[in-house]
Design a protein around this ligand. Structure first.
Ligand SMILES: NC(=O)c1ccc[n+]([C@@H]2O[C@H](COP(=O)([O-])OP(=O)(O)OC[C@H]3O[C@@H](n4cnc5c(N)ncnc54)[C@H](OP(=O)(O)O)[C@@H]3O)[C@@H](O)[C@H]2O)c1
Length: 339
């Protein structure tokens, strides 16, 4: 009897697993310039605490997520790696089914530190390679110490390494097989253009903040013209960013978005995510809740009308959450140009 129950449970688990794999197949992909395909939807891991993030990644893979956005600066890659290892061991996915993104932190810009930064990510994640490796920010911070180095007055300490010199070592990481593709995050169009002019490997991705309060339409159009795909980070407006004030506008409780959600019978989060997906962007919402993991990925079975897309476009108010304006005097701080 016990044997029969076990076998039935096993079969049920298999059916569920197949169901979720089928669901995962519905997530569109975007072709990168190295021929690889990145799922247009993945899991963000910034602020997912140790103790929470392992279960979040395991649940995400179970419900069909195949792309995970990581970074050394999130200080949780070790647990993300444990979750990936578990799901590979259980046979739910193979390494090649997953698309893992890593990021070079600001204290690793000096050319000799780039291989050390990526090696730490690979070791923590327990992987031989990442699928995409990004320069996290164009600004370098003082090397060889804390990840967030500050002087006695609490002021960030900088490095003046040129991100072009960092980029050359990013290219070396591709040649060494540590990453399949390279790109950057938080670069403005002038900074991207400079790398396009001087680099030898074309950037495969620009990852920037993007949601209805900061729709980035100019930057996206510019990137599309250069054939550089864009990933939208903080796609829900990052309400849990550490410096958010209670009085800051919150996308998820915006009555205008709530009204649209009601019309479609969807959640506000689903409307916001669908809007970005429909613009051709790759999106990486973060959640540690199993119910929200399922809610967020369930946006590929409905379509917003042209009028509603335009309406949401009109909510832009230059509402940047990840401005890092405490380092705005850094010579490479990216947000002092139109886009
Ligand atoms: N390259 C960069 O510089 C950069 C910067 C920022 C972010 N990122 C990446 O982008 C990812 C996403 O951005 P983010 O973490 O800033 O913020 P986000 O994804 O816009 O928002 C995350 C917040 O929304 C909540 N949430 C998620 N789904 C929800 C739902 N369906 N309904 C209501 N609330 C929901 C989460 O809470 P719960 O977890 O409690 O569900 C969390 O508080 C990051 O995790 C990171 O991987 C990259």
């Amino acid at each position: 009897m016990q044997k029969e129950v076990k076998s039935l449970l096993g079969k049920t688990f298999f059916i569920f697993q197949r169901f979720f794999v089928t669901m995962a197949a519905k997530v569109p992909t975007v072709k990168l310039n190295n021929g690889a395909e990145i799922p247009a939807f993945g899991l963000g891991t910034w602020k997912s605490k140790p103790g929470e993030v392992r279960a979040a990644v395991e649940n995400a893979i179970d419900v069909g997520y195949r792309m995970i956005d990581c970074a050394l600066a999130y200080q949780n890659e070790n647990e993300v790696g444990q979750a990936i290892a578990t799901k590979i061991k259980e046979g739910v996915v193979k390494r090649e089914d997953l698309f893992v993104t890593g990021k070079l932190w600001n204290t690793f810009h000096r050319p000799d530190l780039v291989p050390i930064g990526i090696k730490k990510t690979l070791t923590d994640l327990g992987l031989d390679y990442v699928d995409l490796y990004l320069i996290h920010w164009p600004m370098g911070y003082k090397e060889d110490g804390e990840l967030f180095p500050k002087d006695a007055d609490g002021k960030f300490m900088y490095s003046d390494v040129d991100y072009l010199d960092t980029w050359k070592e990013m290219e070396a990481a591709v040649r060494a097989g540590q990453t399949k593709a390279i790109g950057f995050s938080n670069f403005n169009s002038d900074q991207v253009e400079r790398v396009l002019q001087k680099g030898t490997i074309k950037p495969a991705m620009l990852q920037v903040e993007c949601h209805p309060y900061l729709n980035q339409s100019k930057l996206i159009e510019w990137c599309q013209g250069k054939d550089i795909p864009v990933t939208a980070y903080s796609p829900l407006g990052s309400p849990d960013r550490p410096w958010a004030k209670p009085t800051d506008p919150n996308l998820l409780t915006d009555p205008k978005l709530e009204a649209i959600a009601k019309k479609y019978g969807k959640s506000t989060a689903q409307i916001i995510l669908r809007w970005n997906a429909q613009r051709g962007l790759i999106i990486i919402p973060k959640t540690v809740s199993k119910a929200r993991l399922e809610e967020n990925i369930s946006i590929f079975d409905f379509k917003l009308t042209h009028e509603d897309m335009e309406l949401i476009n009109s909510f832009d108010c230059n509402g940047r959450g990840c401005h890092l304006d405490w380092v705005k005097d850094h010579k490479y701080w990216p947000f002092n140009t139109p886009f």
